[in-house]
Design a protein around this ligand. Structure first.
Ligand SMILES: CCCCCCCCCCC/C=C/C(=O)SCCNC(=O)CCNC(=O)[C@H](O)C(C)(C)COP(=O)(O)OP(=O)(O)OC[C@H]1O[C@@H](n2cnc3c(N)ncnc32)[C@H](O)[C@@H]1OP(=O)(O)O
Ligand SMILES: NC(=O)C1=CN([C@@H]2O[C@H](COP(=O)(O)OP(=O)(O)OC[C@H]3O[C@@H](n4cnc5c(N)ncnc54)[C@H](OP(=O)(O)O)[C@@H]3O)[C@@H](O)[C@H]2O)C=CC1
Length: 237
């Protein structure tokens, strides 16, 4: 990132290692930012991820790892940014979540965690309004990046598979997500809080990428069948 700063700019970049699942590291991150830069105007909760698995195959450890990273990690960053600076001075927050309106079969653990963030943002938009804090979410569709693709390389080219499900017929770019994030952080979004913006090329309005096998396991509700069952002679004990 430092290499992207144009010559003559006063912008600075500093990396502070932090596992968002560790409370002491998150406290250190927020207090270091305030002591080093004297302020903390914006927070973008972007760290997160998951692995693909049907729920029936998920271990509790796997479920907990994903919930801990995505939901608990975001909670810690929010609370510590509030305590370190934003409670007194206000600020703007954007959480990166997932498309969740139709559930996310295949990554249900992450969708449940991100739905928790979506709802947490609504509560905080009200709880923290009088502190001058706005909080919003961005829900990306399929966004190609080298690092995200690397994470999924063992299960095939998920980013190519996503294209037919996206009305725009392409993956999004990281710049397109950044554009929505910077808008929400900017004064142009001064009257927007507790909201989620989808950056998905229309995916959420279209199809769910999950094939349901043909089956007859959900028969219709039917009076006659129930009466027939009730009229059957009961087995003697
Ligand atoms: C028709 C198909 C259309 C498909 C369309 C798909 C479109 C794609 C759209 C993309 C949407 C989302 C994209 C992104 O989010 S990009 C971000 C990419 N980066 C990541 O996702 C990072 C992922 N990794 C992590 O965040 C962490 O590693 C994770 C939270 C997943 C795990 O945390 P931790 O490292 O602490 O956990 P462990 O490695 O110790 O594992 C704990 C247990 O979790 C289970 N587990 C972990 N990894 C896997 C895996 N790959 N597969 C199955 N299970 C896994 C396991 O139970 C671990 O315990 P054990 O090691 O004891 O077995
Ligand atoms: N790409 C996509 O299509 C989509 C992405 N998203 C979400 O967007 C966000 C960015 O993903 P993307 O850039 O695509 O993928 P990346 O894998 O490149 O980014 C995920 C980032 O999360 C960080 N991270 C994971 N766990 C922790 C942790 N415990 N503490 C601190 N940081 C952590 C990783 O850090 P490190 O590099 O150190 O491991 C990495 O920088 C994620 O939340 C992702 O789930 C949502 C929908 C779609």
């Amino acid at each position: 990132m430092a290499a992207c700063i144009p010559p003559g700019s006063t912008a600075q970049v500093k990396a502070i290692p932090c596992n968002i699942r560790k409370e002491d590291e998150v406290k250190n991150l927020m207090s270091s930012v305030v002591s080093e830069f004297g302020r903390l105007d914006f927070l973008v909760n972007n760290g997160g991820g998951q692995f693909q698995s049907p729920v029936s195959m998920l271990s509790l450890k796997g479920w907990n790892a994903v919930v801990d990273t995505n939901l608990n990690g975001t909670f810690l960053c929010l609370r510590e940014a509030y305590n370190a600076w934003m409670a007194e001075n206000g600020g703007a927050v954007v959480n990166i979540i997932l498309l969740i309106s139709k559930g996310r079969p295949g990554i249900a653990h992450s969708a449940a965690a991100r739905a928790g963030i979506d709802n947490l943002s609504k509560s905080l938009a009200v709880e923290w309004a009088s502190n001058g804090i706005r909080i919003n979410n961005v829900a990306p569709g399929s966004i190609y990046s080298v690092t995200a693709a690397e994470n999924y390389k063992d299960i095939g080219d998920v980013f190519r598979h996503a294209i037919p499900f996206t009305p725009a017929k392409r993956n999004g770019t990281t710049e397109e997500v950044s554009a929505a994030v910077t808008f929400l952080l900017s004064p142009a979004a001064a009257f927007i809080t507790g909201e989620t913006i989808k950056v998905d090329g229309g995916w959420d309005l279209y199809q769910v990428p999950w094939e349901i096998p043909e089956h007859d396991r959900m028969p219709a509700y039917n009076w006659e069948k129930i009466i027939e069952e009730e009229d059957k002679p009961k087995a003697k004990l």
